[in-house]
Design a binder for this molecule. Structure first.
Ligand code: NAD
Length: 354
């Protein structure tokens, strides 16, 4: 079924209020998740709400949290999100860290102990809206690792996303936003919900053999995800773990205990004011010129047009804004049940989207 984005956001907002989120948190989280759906990342859209519900019920995700803002040391700032909703905690942390830009032209943020921050590209977009270049490295702790390093059948890190963007007229262009696993864990869960196979090369079974059956990973976290790009992606994932976990916070998967329904994100963000190098307009002009040269590259057979990172999401956004967001029956059932688990009325919730 296709659901209008505004209706899906209202439903999600109502369930977040059921969790105990007040304004502006309920709006920030609902908007973030529906934006992920609009961008085509259903794995990081409203389908994560049941996980958030379980975390809230367990006391591992805390609505309306106040982060602990560290004092800047030069351009470096640490913020402890104290298990608050990551979507709001990360924006508050970025705002806090950006205060060093006036003096240093760079701000380096270490965000730790955060609830799930979901779509990492959201934070690169936020920095671009302020006119800043940014790079973000994220690790995931609080549950056992899911992704095997190159050559292993055993997991040693999670899906450790990275994101980076250039600002062009306050837009993130281009915007690279990716898990360092071949696919994000939540894409395996969504494939399972839809009764689909996992993408080729994305999963190993418990014996280290390639598999496309998403069920053991989606339901029991059995087997491992693979790192993208073999040894190179595996190396990048290890550095995301080290930058976000060993440097910017105090939790790598090697030291952090697994907690029920745990998914805690830590993030190292590097935010750069382009005016430290040159006139920002000149940087934007060179960025556009270069992007155009990439777009102009001749496509191979079977490819209509060479896309820049961020363009698939923009295409999806345009399509889904117009035609609605496809939500499979199982995901909708789980979403509504999450609301019911928090005392909301099933019929009232369902009427918002059906
Ligand atoms: P993906 O593989 O769909 O896309 C990765 C990147 O490749 C994007 O920048 C996209 O624009 C680009 N891309 C895709 N197809 C392209 C093409 N044909 N040509 C040029 N560029 C192309 O994304 P993913 O790795 O599955 O990640 C999905 C989302 O999951 C991201 O938003 C990520 O931040 C999020 N995530 C979050 C966590 C977390 O713990 N918070 C963990 C993992 C992933």
């Amino acid at each position: 079924m296709n659901i209008d984005a505004g209706n899906l956001e209202r439903l999600t907002h109502a369930i977040l209020c059921g969790f105990g989120c007040a304004e502006p948190e309920a709006s920030i989280v609902a908007e973030h998740l529906v934006m992920a759906n609009l961008c085509g990342h259903d794995s990081h859209g409203v389908s994560v709400m049941p996980m958030y519900g379980r975390q809230v019920a367990d006391g591992n995700l805390i609505p309306n949290q106040t982060p602990d803002f560290g004092v800047a040391c030069g351009a470096i700032t640490q913020v402890d999100a104290r298990r608050g909703f990551g979507h709001r905690m990360a924006l508050l942390a970025l705002d806090h860290a950006m205060q060093t830009l006036d003096t240093h032209k760079v701000a380096i943020l270490g965000l730790k102990n955060s609830g799930h921050i979901s779509r990492t590209g959201h934070y690169a977009e936020y920095c671009a809206q302020h006119g800043y270049v940014s790079l973000h490295f994220v690790n995931v702790v609080g549950h056992k690792p899911l992704t095997a390093p190159h050559g292993s059948r055993e997991a040693a890190f999670s899906t450790n996303p990275i994101a980076m963007a250039m600002p062009v007229a306050t837009q993130a262009k281009p915007l690279l936003d990716m898990a360092t696993s071949t696919v994000a864990f939540n894409k395996i869960r969504v494939a399972h919900n839809k009764g689909e196979q996992a993408p080729p090369g994305s999963l190993l079974d418990v014996n280290g053999k390639p598999t496309r059956d998403p069920q053991p990973m989606a339901e029991r976290r059995e087997g491992t995800l693979t790192a993208f790009g073999e040894h190179k992606g595996s190396g990048l994932a290890i550095f995301a773990e080290l930058l976000a976990g060993a440097l910017a916070s105090d939790a790598t998967v090697a030291s952090s205990p697994a907690i029920p329904n745990g998914a805690i994100n830590c993030m190292l963000s590097v935010i750069i004011d382009p005016s430290g190098f040159d006139d920002p307009e000149a940087v934007a002009a060179r960025t556009l010129e270069y992007c155009q040269s990439v777009s102009d590259c001749a496509p191979i057979d079977g490819v209509d047009k060479v896309l820049l990172p961020g363009e698939p999401e923009a295409i999806s956004h345009a399509d889904r804004s117009k035609n609605g967001i496809p939500v499979d029956d199982e995901t909708l059932r789980q979403l509504l049940q999450t609301g019911v688990d928090f005392g909301l009325d099933y019929a009232t919730l369902r009427a918002m989207v059906v």
